[in-house]
Design a protein around this ligand. Structure first.
Ligand code: HEM
Length: 460
């Protein structure tokens, strides 16, 4: 049992960096299993680490000013790496995550209003309702029942994005997506050809079935829903799908084709539920290891909500709940690595970055860099007090990325995470099951390898 108080912090789950340089075989095996386990100890401390895989150069950049240069100031020179596109495109088609240039700019402009403050206000009641529904479900379980919180959070956020997207038409889609996303992520691990940046046709030849199949039921369900919308006329509900169909580019007046809408819908589903579920899962884990922070959260919730579910209007009065989520995404950023590819030569921190190089920016490393964070391994939500956040470099903390390709769902995700945390933590304390192994695994997202088995303890 770990001792849990403010002076003796528990040891949190994280892979041990490799002690020696890995052979190519070891590296490939490890990167396919969990890419964060390939980061050497020096990558946590240094501003930039160059590595070479056969002839391909990769730079791990871990310094806020240099990250600003890549993601913002010179972002035109850094496209989303083709490895990311290769892993995602077979399933997602050409949505926001997988497109570049003018196509991306046009889609981003068209979609931005669907994620603005007013739209989020419209989705918040769904978030509260689903979170309360989950707690009601738990009420029907025996005392100290054990649940896989990772699966429960995934289910909840999937319900939320489904309802936000499709209103009431969505219920049958949830199981289909759950199966599809897990299978997809397990099946699309990077191979040597991807890591070397080999041409697409060669990579396709080597793994022709990549990712196929897992999402086909989901695709069919989406097509059915889209077709039904086509006939609904004025009876359209005001959901995210309706907004995407009706959205127009303010510069050109054009909208999106049916295929484009389909690709955005799949992208939003994939990008928009698992990440938030993981942020919450890691938060429950961290709270279970830090009773003082948990007690402080409970005190805030009891004072502000006094037993009722959290609503959007409460958010401003729940600063500690937000700080807990922020600190949790520092230690366990759901999008653990952001990858880019240089299209022209550049120079970063005195290194020449030749065109074609891969550039990795890993929130996993940046958020644990000792030069930025005191006692980086320690969970301390106070780091995110307004004063301390303001004192930090803006690019020192980037769970949602930064620059023009910053997560479009950031406000959606933060609202959702805080509302779910607040609503459930009011009613339940979650205890990590004794002996349950906790291990972060860096696939496309940062998952708990063995799920998160926890016992439910009713608070009142
Ligand atoms: C805690 C939850 C979330 C995290 C940690 C997260 C993280 C990220 C990150 C790091 C990126 C940028 C990747 C890059 O620069 O290469 C991104 C992009 C994106 N995210 Fe999120 N995200 C979250 C929730 C959401 C939600 C709720 C939605 C939609 C409802 C969403 C939709 C997207 C989309 C569409 C993009 C691509 C944006 C573009 O390229 O223009 N995300 N996300």
């Amino acid at each position: 049992m770990t001792v849990m108080d403010e002076t003796r912090a528990p040891v949190l789950a994280a892979p041990r960096p490799p002690q020696q340089r890995m052979s190519l075989r070891q590296f490939l095996r490890t990167v396919r299993d969990s890419s964060i386990a390939t980061f050497p100890a020096e990558a946590y401390e240094k501003d930039i680490v160059a590595r070479k895989l056969l002839w391909r150069r990769t730079f791990i950049v871990n310094e806020p000013q240099a990250i600003k240069h890549i993601l913002l100031d010179n972002s035109a020179n850094y496209v989303r790496a083709d490895i990311a596109r290769r892993l995602l495109e077979p399933g997602l088609g050409r949505g926001l995550l997988t497109s570049e240039g003018e196509r991306w700019r046009r889609h981003r402009r068209i979609m931005a209003p669907s994620f603005d403050h007013r739209s989020i206000l419209g989705y918040a009641p769904i978030m509260t309702e689903i979170a309360s529904g989950l707690a009601d479900q738990w009420d029907r379980l025996p005392e100290a029942a054990e649940v896989d919180v990772a699966a429960a959070m995934m289910h909840a956020t999937l319900h939320i994005i489904s309802r936000a997207m499709f209103s009431s038409d969505s219920d049958d889609i949830v199981d289909t997506v759950e199966y599809g996303v897990a299978g997809y992520q397990n099946s699309v691990r990077p191979g040597l050809l991807d890591l070397l940046g080999a041409p697409d046709w060669l990579a396709r030849l080597a793994s022709p079935k990549r990712g196929r199949g897992f999402l086909s039921d989901f695709d069919k369900a989406i097509d059915r829903l889209l077709a039904a919308r086509g006939h609904a006329g004025d009876a359209q509900p005001k959901d995210l799908l309706a907004r995407l169909i009706a959205a127009r580019d303010e510069e050109t007046g054009g909208g999106m084709t049916a295929q484009e809408v389909r690709d955005q819908v799949v992208t939003i589903f994939m990008a928009g539920h698992e990440t938030t579920a993981l942020a919450l899962t890691w938060t429950w884990y961290l709270l279970s290891q830090h009773p003082a922070a948990e007690a402080r959260l409970h005190a805030e919730l009891d004072a502000v909500l006094a037993g009722r579910p959290a609503r959007h209007e409460d958010l401003a009065r729940l600063p500690y709940a937000r700080m807990v989520i922020e600190e949790s995404m520092r230690l366990y950023p759901p999008a653990h690595t952001i990858s880019r590819q240089a299209i022209g030569d550049d120079a970063v921190l005195g290194h020449r970055i030749p065109a074609g190089s891969a550039v990795l920016i890993a929130p996993w490393l940046l958020h644990r860099k000792p030069a930025i964070w005191e006692n980086p391994e320690r969970f301390d939500p106070q780091r995110f007090s307004p004063e301390r956040s303001a004192a930090r470099h803006r690019f020192a903390y980037i769970p949602f990325g930064a620059g023009p390709r910053i997560c479009i769902g950031m406000a959606f995700a933060m609202t959702e995470a805080v509302l779910i945390l607040a609503t459930i933590a009011q009613r339940y304390r979650l205890r990590l099951k004794a002996g349950h192994p906790v291990e972060p695994q860096g696939l496309i997202t940062l998952r708990p390898r063995y799920g998160m088995r926890m016992q439910l303890e009713r608070r009142h």
